[in-house]
Design a protein around this ligand. Structure first.
Ligand code: FEO
Length: 615
């Protein structure tokens, strides 16, 4: 019996779950199974995106037949020729005599290698940027070589904003009734499996995965459809941000992965003592026995943590066999940008430390600490100082962390913050059909390569919620000719209950589909979020710049200029009420006190932006 699920009106998931597979690709354990995703687009033409593994072929054919609803299959787009996605191609060619096979040249070469097939008349070869019109939908093909295999390509459906991403954005684990990532607690339940999938399947090809992120950065994506794991329709920016970290070999977290190989427990004992000493210094660690934990778990953890300690006994005059295999795996997966410490053990001729060091020296930007420990059979009290020294050496490579302190209120004059110079901007976002915008003063460039900006947005703002969800935005840089009405429009109401663009003629959008201000702004910057951090009242967004345009030569407005020349001066009041006035928008909070956590209901600025009304 078929088991399928609609994604959009025209697109249906027809993939199949496999919970019987023990080892994916014969090497990666999949205790929670795996999903082989395939998608059917029903337009004036019908288009199938990839197939599934032969182990689940029967259910797939039932799914396809149900989704087609009696129609013929016009095209199969082969994005990836690995057999877990291409097992049924020949069968489909004979089942649907009118079907054309859409692929690139490399894919076609692989089809001929894997199968006995050479009928060119049924093959449409596509190249970078080629499109296929299927009726209402236009499919654009984007090459993604080595985002696992050399023939890989992804497909963008510009009509429904769907990115069929092949192996990118995949995840181990069968889908247990939930197709969409937002139907589960992905961070808690699946992020480890997504990282393990990335690190082990695509990890070696970080540069190529990064190139694919760059190529797709300006696309508006409403659905992300990978070949394994969940379909993404919300918080897509968060998952793309993880890929930006993983593909650049940047650690996700500060902390230490301790991996050890210990025949009689003495190397393990030393590693464990080190872990406790690190924790005393406030440094987190995770520990794995490489003879027990699958190598794919350890490779995945190496992609997660900033530091790695490898502790191994010597065996057959070399590195203990399971540790040797893990080190080889780390090197072959191109691990980079890590600090590494080594502990070796050997009852008569310890060699494991030096051999591990030699292997890791082939990796880029690996800082191998000089401080190391060499054990003879077991750790002796006289060597405890060496463990302390190693803990100190590791701690010295962590960013200095100040202990949290309580600051007396009189130590901070809130007016000090107004001495910082700020620009003023309209931050615009889009979620589905909803356009929104708000005033912000927090956009700054933070790096040139890659070109990135940061923005801090108040959590109470609707824009913050939209940005967390979509990860895509524009910053229109306001100019000195901007009238007060622009600030009123975007700053004094919430987009939750108003249309910020109501009455504005035209609909100017950048390539990411988000609106911008063609008037009263001198430039616009489009961004895609790669990282977020929670800073109390505000979320800090770090974003790649995906487009930037100068609109006019007007001078940029500063916060000071706004107060001096744009914001209307308060009118003399016949009778002053007791209360506090918002210096940003003029809202008056009546009363003798103003709570510290008060947020202006109009412009969402905090209590520090209010001043007491004096008689
Ligand atoms: Fe399941 Fe590279 O594919």
């Amino acid at each position: 019996m078929h088991c399928i699920k609609k994604i959009t009106d025209d697109l249906t998931w027809i993939g199949v779950n496999d919970r019987r597979l023990a080892m994916f690709e014969g090497v990666y354990h999949v205790p929670r199974g795996v999903a082989y995703n395939s998608y059917l687009l029903r337009d004036e033409k019908t288009v199938l995106f990839d197939t599934v593994d032969k182990a689940v072929r029967q259910r797939f054919l039932e799914n396809l037949s149900e989704a087609l609803g009696g129609r013929q299959l016009d095209y199969i787009v082969v994005q990836h020729m690995e057999p877990d996605h291409s097992a049924s191609i020949l069968e489909l060619l004979s089942m649907y005599p009118g079907m054309k096979l859409v692929c690139n040249e490399k894919t076609y070469a692989f089809i001929k290698q894997f199968h006995d097939y050479d009928d060119d008349s049924r093959v449409i070869i596509v190249r970078e940027g080629d499109t296929l019109e299927t009726g209402r939908h236009t499919l654009r093909f984007i090459m993604a070589p080595m985002v696992h295999w050399p023939e890989v390509m992804v497909t963008y459906d510009a009509t429904d904003k769907v990115l069929f991403s092949a192996d990118a954005f995949g995840c181990f684990g069968a889908l247990n009734g939930a197709l969409f990532a937002d139907e589960v607690d992905f961070e808690k339940e699946y992020m480890d499996e997504a990282r393990r999938y990335y690190a082990n399947i695509v990890g070696k090809y970080g540069a190529q995965a990064g190139a694919l992120l760059d190529k797709t950065a300006s696309l508006e994506i409403s659905y992300l459809c990978p070949l394994h794991g969940f379909v993404w329709r919300r918080n897509i920016g968060d998952f793309i941000a993880k890929y930006a970290l993983w593909s650049s070999y940047s650690p996700e977290e500060n902390g230490v992965l301790i991996a050890y190989a210990s025949v009689y427990g003495n190397t393990e004992n030393t590693a464990e003592i080190l872990a406790y000493k690190l924790r005393d210094k406030g440094i987190r660690s995770v520990m794995y026995d490489v003879s027990v934990s699958p190598a794919s778990d350890i490779v995945s953890e190496a992609f997660r943590w900033s530091h790695i300690v490898l502790a191994s006994t010597t065996y057959n005059a070399g590195v203990f066999v399971t540790m040797e295999s893990v080190v080889n795996d780390l090197v072959s997966h191109n691990i980079q940008n890590r600090t590494v410490a080594i502990i070796e053990n050997g009852s008569w001729a310890a060699t494991s430390g030096e051999l591990i060091r030699e292997k890791l020296e082939d990796c880029r930007n690996i800082n191998i600490l000089d401080s190391a420990i060499s054990l003879k059979s077991s750790l002796k009290p006289s060597q405890l100082a060496e463990v302390d020294m190693l803990a100190d050496a590791i701690a010295a490579t962590f960013p200095a962390r100040a202990a949290p302190i309580v600051v007396a209120p009189e130590m901070i004059d809130p007016k000090t913050m107004f001495k910082l110079s700020y620009g003023l901007f309209v931050l615009t976002t889009k979620d589905g059909e909803k356009d929104n915008g708000c005033i912000t003063n927090t956009a700054i460039q933070i790096s040139e390569k890659p070109r990135r900006i940061s923005l801090a947005v108040n959590k109470a703002n609707f824009s913050c919620e939209m940005l967390m969800k979509t990860g895509v935005f524009n910053v229109s840089i306001l100019a000195e000719n901007a009238p007060f009405s622009v600030f009123e429009r975007f700053g004094f109401h919430s987009g939750r209950d108003t249309d910020k663009f109501s009455g504005i003629e035209g609909s100017h959008r950048t390539d990411n589909g988000v609106r911008y201000l063609p008037e009263f702004a001198n430039a616009v910057i489009s961004g895609r979020v790669v990282e977020t951090s929670d800073n109390g009242s505000h979320i800090l967004f770090v974003a790649d710049v995906t487009q930037a345009m100068v609109i006019s030569n007007e001078r940029s407005v500063t916060y000071q200029y706004y107060f001096d020349h744009i914001k209307p001066k308060p009118k003399p009041q016949a009778e002053k009420k007791a209360g506090y006035v918002c210096k940003i928008c003029g809202y008056v909070h009546e009363g003798d006190t103003l709570p510290d956590d008060f947020i202006c209901p109009l412009c969402k600025h905090g209590a520090s932006d209010f001043e007491k009304i004096t008689a």
